[in-house]
Design a binder for this molecule. Structure first.
Ligand SMILES: Nc1ncnc2c1ncn2[C@@H]1O[C@H](COP(=O)(O)OP(=O)(O)OP(=O)(O)O)[C@@H](O)[C@H]1O
Ligand SMILES: [Mg+2]
Length: 255
């Protein structure tokens, strides 16, 4: 009981503090709880033998909940690296990053794995489907990984496959699907645990015009659902869907 009351007092104090900030600074200052992503002076470096590569330099970025961001920049400018840090696939060399209020700057792999399972859906450049699992099993995989054993494993993958228009390919393996079909399965898998944040790397780069259109329609649907979406892409149609376009150049965000 005492514990419960202490927790309540703590929450009320926090809420008051947040409102004080809002009231004191007007509408210019956003309460942290409205932010999906907050990066402060983020750096990511790699060392290969004697060669040091600075993939990201002094990235400062706020992304609102429900915002759709398009990330563009030349090859090697750091787009995939930035998506990896936001999605907790890797940690920064220095700087701070918070995603839905969770600090990811100094986390160990176990913590990051749980974070990813709850908050993030990835669609990678190379789809990353598991070749030995069928389409349906690939989509069910993150649900099983998150520890759910109920009807979600049976029902949700079937519904997601229907959503991406591939119900008839449920029992096929990835190698039996076209690139565009694999891309759509990757989208369905990213949505398996209904994450609030979707990170997508070059979704239309290798697709023909018709399949790219299907993916863009899918992105529009996700936007309407209120997901926070960050897409690395140069596709003009995706840029038009976005609320903002961010430009990376040699690891830095353009002003
Ligand atoms: N694991 C790694 N080890 C060493 N260097 C890396 C690693 N990953 C990325 N890099 C380097 O970091 C820089 C940024 O790479 P990144 O993959 O983020 O670029 P990108 O903008 O996604 O490029 P592309 O458009 O070709 O996909 C590049 O110079 C790349 O060679
Ligand atoms: Mg990339």
């Amino acid at each position: 009981m005492l514990c419960h009351m202490a927790f309540l007092c703590f929450r009320i104090t926090l809420n008051r503090a947040s409102w004080k900030v809002r009231l004191g600074c007007g509408q210019l200052i956003m309460a942290a709880r409205d932010l999906a992503v907050q990066a402060v002076s983020l750096y990511k470096g790699y060392q290969i033998g004697d060669v040091a590569i600075q993939a990201l330099k002094d990235i400062n970025l706020d992304v609102l909940r429900n915002e759709f961001i398009c990330l563009e920049g030349p090859s090697g400018s750091g787009k995939t690296t930035l998506l990896s840090l936001i999605g907790g696939l890797d940690v920064p060399t220095s700087g701070k990053i918070r995603v839905f209020g969770t600090s990811l700057s100094h986390c160990d792999e176990d913590y990051l794995a749980v974070f990813r399972g709850v908050y993030v859906g990835f669609v990678f450049q190379s789809y990353n489907l598991i070749s030995t699992l069928t389409t349906l099993e690939n989509i069910a995989f993150p649900i099983e990984l998150a520890g759910f054993k109920d009807e979600r494993i049976n029902e949700r993958p079937t519904k997601l496959l229907e959503m991406v228009g591939l119900s008839h390919r449920a029992n096929n393996f990835p190698s039996q699907l076209s690139g565009g079909e694999q891309q759509r399965v990757a989208f369905a898998r990213a949505l398996a645990n209904n994450p609030p944040l979707i990170l997508i790397d070059e979704p239309t780069a290798n697709l023909d015009a018709k399949t790219a259109n299907e993916i863009i329609t899918l992105l529009g649907k996700l936007k309407e659902e209120g997901k926070t979406i960050i897409v690395a892409s140069h596709d003009e149609r995706i840029k038009q869907l976005g609320d903002r376009v961010l430009k990376l150049h040699e690891g830095s965000l353009a002003e």
